[in-house]
Design a protein around this ligand. Structure first.
Ligand code: NDP
Ligand code: GDR
Length: 355
């Protein structure tokens, strides 16, 4: 309650707010009347493109319910400072060096952000609560199906982890730090073990978006080839907009727990290609070139979730199926390619510029 008896608006703190999930989660929380504070890291270019449509300049309005602050998961002091200042009710730790292949190139940094970064944030929450015992904070950790790695499907909350990349190993550490802070300090802390989820806001170097961007550009005559790696890997692909609701639901339960979030359907990269190219009447085989550069030192072959616990306890299920997800992404990327074509035709953009 506030001093005048009006119930206080719930406050969420989101790390990784500028990423795919951060933007969908922020929209979702604002729709539930939260005040949302996002931690953003300093970048030499603006990194807030995914938030532009919801950003309200606080200079112009008192209605700005999303606020952004500089911090970094590698900087413990910044995390503790913002938790003290913002006094959040819920903390969503979405920040990560989230690219599996890149984690083989920068393993040390990946571990620092993904594993130790989660520990820093948990410790900031714990020490803040120790100094203000009347307060409560609920914590969400963005876990990943990559933690299952080479353990065969279907993968559920009880499936053993066998990570296959520095990223996945770091996510396992973050998972166990979260469990440990729950058991050791009684923190309300949940691990969401989310299978791949995509959207038109997916980063352009993940395979789904790389494919749908290429489909748009090929269709508009801006590109002819698409260089890819392993096409046989299977993933359980859902829609990011559906998955952020499951994150929130985890923090609304009486007791904290860990949950697998998945569609329970698995498709190969080749099947994704067939649906994406087929949707606009193209044959992927005319355009895809295999490039060894995109193979990983160790691959995760087959992920397919068993999300029965989440469906039963949280009452959650995905709304967008595989084919609709692919088409949603192709539609958006066709629009982008049409705009690029105008720029290329006017001489403002090089047609070879590729992701
Ligand atoms: P993105 O890569 O789109 O976003 C990652 C976010 O983390 C960005 O906001 C990024 O900032 C931020 N970030 C990176 N490094 C740091 C740092 N050192 N300090 C602070 N912030 C940092 O990921 P998604 O939105 O797809 O995923 C969200 C989370 O869920 C991640 O933890 C990911 O590992 C996990 N996950 C994702 C799945 C998926 O399929 N999408 C599945 C399972 C788990 P910037 O914009 O500046 O780069
Ligand atoms: P993933 O997603 O590794 O599952 O991690 P990604 O889209 O990068 O790869 C999926 C599969 O496609 C194969 N692949 C390629 N991948 C990329 N990126 N680029 C290519 O050119 C290419 N060609 C084939 C890969 O080998 C792999 O098998 C994502 C991330 O969001 C993680 O942060 C998250 O934890 C997991 O999903 C669940």
């Amino acid at each position: 309650m506030t001093n005048n008896g009006i119930p206080r608006r719930r406050i969420a703190l989101v790390t990784g707010i500028t990423g795919q999930d951060g933007s969908y989660l922020t929209e979702f929380l604002l729709s539930k009347d939260y005040e949302v504070h996002g931690l953003i890291r300093r970048s030499s270019n603006f990194n807030t493109q995914r938030l532009e449509h919801i950003y309200i300049d606080p200079h112009n309005s008192t209605k700005a319910l999303m606020k952004l602050h500089y911090a970094d998961l590698t900087d413990a002091s910044s995390l503790r400072r913002w938790i003290d200042e913002i006094q959040p009710d819920e903390v969503y730790n979405l920040a990560a060096q989230s690219h599996v292949a890149v984690s083989f190139e920068i393993p040390d940094y990946t571990a620092d952000v993904v594993a130790t970064g989660a520990l820093r944030l948990l410790e900031a929450v714990r020490s803040h609560l120790a100094s203000q015992p009347a307060r409560q904070i609920r914590y969400y950790q963005a876990g990943s199906s990559e933690m299952f790695g080479s353990t065969p499907p279907p993968q559920s909350e009880t499936t053993p982890f066998h990570p296959r990349s520095p990223y996945a190993v770091a996510k396992c550490a973050a998972h166990w730090y979260t469990v440990n802070y729950r058991e050791a300090y009684g923190l309300y802390a949940c691990n969401g073990i989310l299978f791949n989820h995509e959207s038109p806001r997916r980063g352009e170097n993940f395979v789904t978006r790389k494919i749908t961007r290429a489909v748009g550009r090929i269709q508009m005559g801006l590109q002819s080839k698409l260089f890819l790696g392993n096409l046989t890997a299977s993933r359980d692909w859902g829609f990011a907009g559906d998955y952020v609701e499951a994150m929130w639901l985890m923090l609304q339960q009486e007791k904290p727990d860990d949950y697998v979030v998945a569609t329970e359907e698995s498709h190969t990269v080749e099947e994704f290609l067939q649906v994406a190219f087929g949707y606009v009447g193209l044959n992927w085989k005319d355009h895809v070139v295999i490039d060894k550069r995109y193979f990983r030192p160790a691959e995760v072959d087959n992920l397919k979730g068993d999300s029965s616990k989440t469906r039963k306890v949280l009452g959650w299920k995905p709304k967008v199926g595989f084919v609709d997800l692919v088409r949603m992404m192709v539609d958006r990327d066709l629009d982008i390619a049409k705009r690029e074509k105008v720029l290329v035709d006017a001489g403002y953009m090089d047609s070879q510029q590729q992701v």
